[in-house]
Ligand binder design. Structure first.
Ligand code: TRP
Length: 436
């Protein structure tokens, strides 16, 4: 359970959600995102955990075993395979952003935030982005951190640390929130994020919010499935899911409030994009009493959260290699790590030297990987898992894992079998231009 929480809570909450809110019109995004968490995220997280706990294997062999158990075609194993690949694609850019966070621990430490203005802070961040060497250096460090854990086998020590680190993250966030409330423009932030504005709900907003619900909860690629396979028999899947989903969502929204309160007070642009938290947080840490220490701690905690998430992005693929070939775990980890590192190099360069390189629809390398995974591959993975659990597995096997009372089971079944598939399919149909 701790591992799943560690996987869910990461850059998705602290870095991505805040800027996605700004890019997608504020409250419109928040509303759709929260609805997606409840109607799609929570039921599908239960589904993914139940698949994992029943299969007790890596996603590819696990899907195959479940298909065999249900007397269905082994073709389902490719769903597991697709998930493993998706995880590697995500890690390609996740590690680069993890690198930004590592860099900011040091920036906080060497006093470069002290008394900083909004303009200086933005310039600081731009300077980081335009330095390929810095980005590559920190991306390398982050990949190294991730792969050294994976090479040894995901150990319980790191996951147990979540016990302390997740509450610490909440605690330090409250400090930040208190500060933002006293000097920032909290009412503007509140209005921006929560005052309903249905006119801003566009298909793109819905698509992004749905994709981010998957990203934030680590759904759709088998990470949760792998951790579900470690979940003990007696633990309730529904309760575990609800705790994690609520904590994950609350954390993200609180970070959003803290950030936007600073954004509006400093007349920054809410739609600044991926640099948003790196441009605003230093302003807070540079002016609050004890800001350097709090800044160091805050970025360290984010780095830690990112670290436990990144591990879950490669673990499925590594588990598959180790369980199916003679390759030793550490060799598998360093080889695959090198491949993902290379992908990350192209991502790092897409922020400077290769900024002009467009892959598809005018998106650069970073944006392509991000959109491809969040808005297509993860929801597709989730859709297929829902269909598998809902229509291919025996109902009784599903119920054995979920162990829910009748009403709760019916509710899960309705959301898993009907609501989530319809929602995801509708979004896809729009994406492919079939419904306009
Ligand atoms: N959920 C993590 C975050 O919010 C990222 C992550 C880890 C993830 N494992 C995943 C996203 C699997 C999608 C699928 O930072």
């Amino acid at each position: 359970m701790l591992a799943t929480a560690g996987s869910a809570i990461g850059l998705g909450n602290i870095w991505k959600l805040p800027y996605m809110i700004g890019v997608n019109g504020g409250s419109a995004f928040v509303m759709v995102f929260v609805i997606c968490i409840f109607l799609v995220g929570i039921p599908l997280m239960m589904t993914e955990i139940l698949l994992g706990r029943r299969a007790q294997k890596n996603p590819l062999d696990g899907m195959q075993a479940l298909a065999i158990e249900a007397n269905k075609s082994s073709i389902w194993k490719y769903l597991g395979g697709m998930g493993m690949l998706t995880g590697l694609l995500i890690l390609g850019f996740y590690s680069v952003i993890g690198g930004w966070v590592l860099n900011y621990i040091f920036e906080a430490g060497n006093g470069s935030f002290t008394g900083i203005s909004a303009a200086q802070s933005t310039a600081n961040f731009d300077a980081l982005l335009s330095s390929p060497l810095k980005l590559l250096f920190w991306h390398t460090v982050f990949m190294f951190m991730t792969m050294s854990v994976v090479a040894h086998g995901v150990n319980s020590g790191l996951e147990k640390a979540n016990n302390i680190l997740i509450p610490s993250l909440f605690a330090i966030l409250l400090v930040l929130l208190g500060y933002s409330m006293s000097v920032g423009n909290m009412s503007a932030a509140y209005q921006f994020m929560f005052k309903p504005d249905f006119s801003k709900i566009t298909p793109v907003v819905v698509l992004s919010a749905l994709g981010h619900a998957f990203f934030s909860l680590s759904l759709g690629m088998g990470a949760v499935m792998v951790y579900g396979s470690y979940l003990q028999r007696h633990v309730s899947i529904a309760r575990t899911t609800i705790y994690i989903a609520l904590a994950d969502t609350l954390l993200g929204l609180l970070v959003g409030l803290a950030i936007y309160s600073l954004v509006f007070a400093n007349h920054l642009a809410p739609n600044a994009g991926p640099g948003l938290i790196f441009q605003t947080l230093p302003i807070a840490f540079g002016h609050m009493p004890g800001g350097s220490i709090i800044g160091i701690l805050f970025f360290m905690l984010i780095a830690f959260a990112a670290w436990t998430s990144s591990i879950s992005l490669v673990e499925p693929a590594i588990a598959w290699i180790v369980e199916n070939t003679k390759v030793k775990r550490h060799i598998a980890a360093w080889t695959l790590g090198f491949a993902v590192w290379l992908l990350g190099v192209t991502v790092a360069l897409s922020f400077n030297e290769w900024r002009g390189v467009k892959i598809i629809f005018g998106l650069n390398i970073f944006e392509t990987l991000d959109k491809l995974t969040s808005t297509i591959l993860l929801p597709l993975g989730g859709l297929l898992m829902a269909i598998f659990a809902g229509y291919f597995m025996q109902k009784q096997h599903v119920q054995e894992e979920l162990d829910l009372q009748d009403k709760a089971f019916k509710l899960w079944r309705f959301t898993n079998n009907v609501i989530a598939p319809i929602a995801i399919t509708a979004v896809f149909l729009y994406l492919f231009g079939i419904i306009k």
